[in-house]
Design a protein around this ligand. Sequence first.
Ligand code: SF4
Length: 195
Amino acid sequence: MEAKESILYNIKHLSQLVFEVTDACNLNCKYCGLNSLYKNNSERKGKKLPFYKAKLIIDYLFSLRERPRNTDYPLNLGFYGGEPLLNMKLIKQIVSYLENIKFTKATYGMTTNGMLLNKHLDYLVQNKFQLLISLDGDKFHHSYRVDHMEKNSFERVVKNIKLIKKEFPEYFKEFVQFNTVLHDRNNVEEVYSFM
Ligand code: SF4
């Protein structure tokens, strides 16, 4: 297969599309790829992806598929940041756009720092978002994950995790996972034990 055909084939059969919906974040983790630890880090500008740009790629994807409205090609939409919950307006626009074109096999996922989950929980549960919540372990393990005032985010994140577990236990079991960064304040055994 020629390179061009191969690229088109893979775009046409794409099973996962991830949007970086914003580079803004309500945390300022010490090891963040957008933080000063990295020499060539790209400066955080608080930008938000506009809907028209997301729509361009979705429309292009469907234009390559012969039967865009059927369910032959499941598509998972991922939302990433920065902190994606800071651009919920866009996420809701994308979900609603896909629903309107009756692409019934779309599923959704998000990597989140968990700080704003309490504000958007009903919507996320209703739309069966697969959540990947960043949690580095217990309070000390999590202490590189600070806000802009240098305050550890642990208590606020765990409060939201407990809220999901209490209000939506079935959803919690099926749709919530955790993402841990390993560093010099945690280790695999202790994190497992804590989880
Ligand atoms: S939550 Fe993620 S994007 Fe935000 S500062 Fe931490 S590592 Fe960076």
